[in-house]
Design a protein around this ligand. Structure first.
Ligand SMILES: C[S@@+](CC[C@H](N)C(=O)[O-])C[C@H]1O[C@@H](n2cnc3c(N)ncnc32)[C@H](O)[C@@H]1O
Length: 220
């Protein structure tokens, strides 16, 4: 989507994707990545996700990136965190203890900016993008992490003809096409989520499922 789309969404508080609760797939499956605490986790397109708090509570460091200043400011304010804000290489960095959120465009990141991240938590990034943008997103991830990092990826599928995205439907085949060159792809869970999401039933969906993937780097 155009950047304006997301700026408008945040401006108008149309953020149905935001979860007040910590994501239960994150809590259930993060341990499958076997990441030592004290390591840094990259959270692309982080919004104001409270999942970052959970990761911090487990003892990790977190680096998020989010386009919308409204989202970044809200994250710190709503969680009673005081941010130090600095400009670095044209990007705005909001930080507090072990957390840094870069306020800016994911596509403007450099490998140096994420070099100290050892793993990735990616919820709802691919489904935020129309089909034509997704290959560029996956390519950018490969460029940012020339040495691939273990990733917990949460995505969703539904009959695309029944609803205009976002959220978009992203198939297993697409995930494989983006990541199978560098990762072993393990499907940890595929869950029917339509009943829990009346807003999507109202929008005409007859089926909707969420998939949790573990992307395990292939031996180099
Ligand atoms: C579907 S939401 C997911 C947010 C978050 N991952 C969560 O679980 O709540 C997508 C988010 O990506 C942000 N976004 C979209 N395009 C972006 C870009 N190019 N760079 C950084 N953030 C972007 C949007 O502002 C929005 O907050």
């Amino acid at each position: 989507m155009e950047k304006k789309f997301w700026h408008d969404r945040w401006e108008d508080n149309q953020i149905g994707f935001h979860q007040e609760e910590i994501n239960h797939y994150l809590q259930q499956y993060w341990s499958t990545l076997n990441q030592p605490i004290d390591t840094r986790i990259f959270v692309p397109l982080c919004g104001k996700s409270r999942d970052m708090l959970w990761l911090l509570e487990q003892g990790y460091q977190v680096l998020g990136i989010e386009l919308s200043p409204i989202a970044v400011e809200a994250f710190f304010q709503e969680n009673n965190l005081k941010a130090d804000v600095i400009k670095h290489n044209g990007l705005e960095l909001w930080s507090c203890d072990e957390l840094v959120i870069i306020c800016g465009d994911f596509f403007s990141l450099t490998p140096e900016s994420v070099a100290d991240c050892q793993s990735i938590y990616d919820r709802a990034s691919l489904i935020a993008m129309p089909p034509a943008m997704r290959p560029a997103y996956a390519d950018k991830m490969h460029q940012l992490f020339p040495v691939p990092r273990p990733t917990l990826l949460i995505s969703m599928t539904y009959p695309q003809s029944e609803m205009k995205g976002p959220p978009f439907s992203v198939t297993d085949e697409e995930v494989k096409s983006f990541y199978s060159a560098h990762f072993e792809i393990h499907t940890l869970l595929n869950e029917d989520i339509l009943e829990q999401n009346p807003r999507f039933i109202k929008r005409g969906l007859t089926q909707m499922s969420e998939t949790v993937y573990l992307l395990q780097p292939k031996a180099q």
